[in-house]
Design a protein around this ligand. Sequence first.
Ligand SMILES: [Zn+2]
Length: 363
Amino acid sequence: MLIAQDPHHQLVNASQAGRQIPYICPGCQGPVRLKRGSVMTAHFAHFQGSDCQVFSEGETHEHVTGKQQLAAWFAASGYSVQLEAGLTVLHQRPDLLVQTDVTPPLAIEFQCSPLSVTRLAARTQGYWRHGYQVLWILGQPYQRKLRSTSKALKFLQYHPHWGVHLLFWQVETASLQLIHHILTLDAEPLTYQRWSLKSARQPVAAFQQFQPIVSNPTPPEEHLEHYHRQLLLARLRHQHAFDDLQRYCYQRGGTIAQLPDWTIPRVPELPLLTVPYLVWYGHVFGQLRQEPTVITHERLQALLWTELLPLLARQACLRDQGTLHRQLLLAVTTRLDQQHVIQRRRRDWTLNQAALKWERPKF
Ligand SMILES: [Zn+2]
């Protein structure tokens, strides 16, 4: 922890603390000692055997340093900043609390340790319920190459200018990294754009006002072949999602290899599903086959949504999930239209039966 209470009940930052003064933990009121050396960032620690529930011990060098750096950056940018402020109504203690005149207070969490999605959701919703905004900034343990299975993805946040994004803080350079417009295309690595900012050179406003030029990633030329190879491999390896899809296909008289080409994702999509997009499109294929030739727009949307819902990953930090889900439905509707699976007929859609047949196996 960076802040402790002195005998006069004043909160003191470890960087300004006196060595001979007895300090106590603002969380549990237990005694703490000052740790300050030439390498370590100054901080307070409980004595051995403390059972403090508020500050977990083993706070890493990265965590205390990052908190101090972030606080300094926001303060230098003109904000009023409180480190480790105890928010009693919430029973939460954000790493940083940033106050502004115009927007709701902002809680900043610099997360360097593992956190379950359940805890993450509880903490995030606690802030939202009480009118705080919250920003999750991730430390080193999360900064490995971003993959569709990365633990970092549960921290996905949304911003109109940055799309689905993640924030990282690098302690060595005191810099912020924004990984924005994160997209996924089945069988290909995640795509994203990266922007970083050194806190020593630019104020917080530069980050808040950042508007990237969005470059639309294009799938590789050989995507379809690549995809078929990946599908074959996935089936050989009995990957759960593909086994389920294969079963779904069997029950309807076909196989994965006989799914029509339009079910194979060709453009990068939002990384919001727990399974490949093929699973969703495969199910849409299966369900549309059972529909009459003409269906209403509402019926189509309900069908797409029903098939999507069980496949959505649990997201703890996405406040505008409804907007994103509508984006997904709109994208798949447009796709079905462009691939001539459905055709507009005033307010209704006509289904193209030719696109709803099992094809000859492709692999
Ligand atoms: Zn304590």
